[in-house]
Design a protein around this ligand. Structure first.
Ligand SMILES: [Zn+2]
Length: 285
């Protein structure tokens, strides 16, 4: 096959590492040209205490962290630079320029342009719940889905120039709720309320994840687990990825979280269909 190319469109600086980082690093290591587009500047994200005083420079800090992380993953970075929105209820969300509030078409063309330039056979983004209902994740999903279907249409976004290009597959990042059930049990045993998690206590862990039967692809990231951890650690203003399960011994984290899961959105999967990899069985080109 000709050069394999993958484009992942994700909402925030850190989503590439904390999310499908092991998979992105694995494909990059296998010679796939991996492109990561990050929609927002991350300036409304919650920060660890030591970074509270440098809030004004947060966008710049997060850009540097992201550049370092993406380099570790072995990918190429594209920053779209939209203004970060907060989680549901955050005052940052009243800003008309916040990513969640801008007109969809205003952002979709950016992804169309990336697809026509990079010409990825495979596109990856958040699922329609955004993983945990963050408005920026949902927005990234919406514009990527729209762009995926528009990029190959010569009638759409003609003003951008460039050859229309239709990627062959669209995948969503996802995680099964099976281990989440176990994890919420552990949280309760530790005296934590799984319905009020995250630094702002606004994430309901009992409402996350999807049944394993809805996953079409699972990737064993054992070989790139350390790479993912190293990339995650670059996001120091976000706690370096240690917050979620940092109290667990590393070997146990690796054992529990080495699989990364994806839902195939296009072409639609038949019931029970499973893919062996992003590029398995697709036509060259
Ligand atoms: Zn995010």
């Amino acid at each position: 096959m000709a050069q394999r190319r993958l484009l992942a469109v994700l909402a925030h600086p850190d989503d590439e590492s904390f999310g499908p980082g092991g998979t992105l690093a694995k494909y990059a290591a296998e010679g796939v040209e991996v492109h990561i587009a990050i929609c927002t500047d991350g300036a409304a994200g919650s920060v660890t205490e030591e970074f509270e005083s440098s809030r004004g420079q947060l966008a710049e800090i997060r850009r540097l962290e992201l550049e370092a992380a993406v380099e570790i993953l072995g990918a190429q970075l594209h920053m779209l630079g939209f203004r970060d929105s907060g989680y549901t209820g955050d005052p940052a969300n009243e800003d008309p320029q916040a990513f969640m509030n801008i007109d969809g078409a205003q952002a979709t063309w950016r992804i169309v342009q990336l697809i026509r330039t990079i010409r990825p056979q495979v596109v990856v983004t958040h699922d329609e719940t955004g993983g945990y209902f963050h408005p920026d994740h949902i927005k990234a999903h919406e514009i990527t889905l729209a762009a995926f279907h528009a990029a190959g249409d010569p009638e759409q976004y003609q003003e951008l120039g460039g050859e229309p290009y239709q990627p062959q597959r669209l995948y969503y990042t996802a995680f099964p709720n099976r281990w989440l059930k176990m994890y919420t049990l552990v949280m309760r045993l530790r005296g934590q309320d799984p319905r009020r998690m995250g630094r702002n206590q606004d994430i309901d862990f009992t409402n996350l994840g999807r049944p394993l039967s809805e996953m079409h692809l699972r990737v064993n990231t054992s070989d790139t687990w350390e790479t993912k951890m190293a990339a995650s650690a670059e996001h120091r203003s976000q706690g370096g990825g240690g917050g979620f399960a940092g109290w667990m011994p590393r070997w146990l984290q690796k054992r529990l979280f080495r699989w990364e899961y994806f839902i195939r959105a296009y072409p639609p999967a038949r019931n029970g269909e499973r893919d062996a990899g992003f590029f398995n069985g697709i036509a060259p080109g």
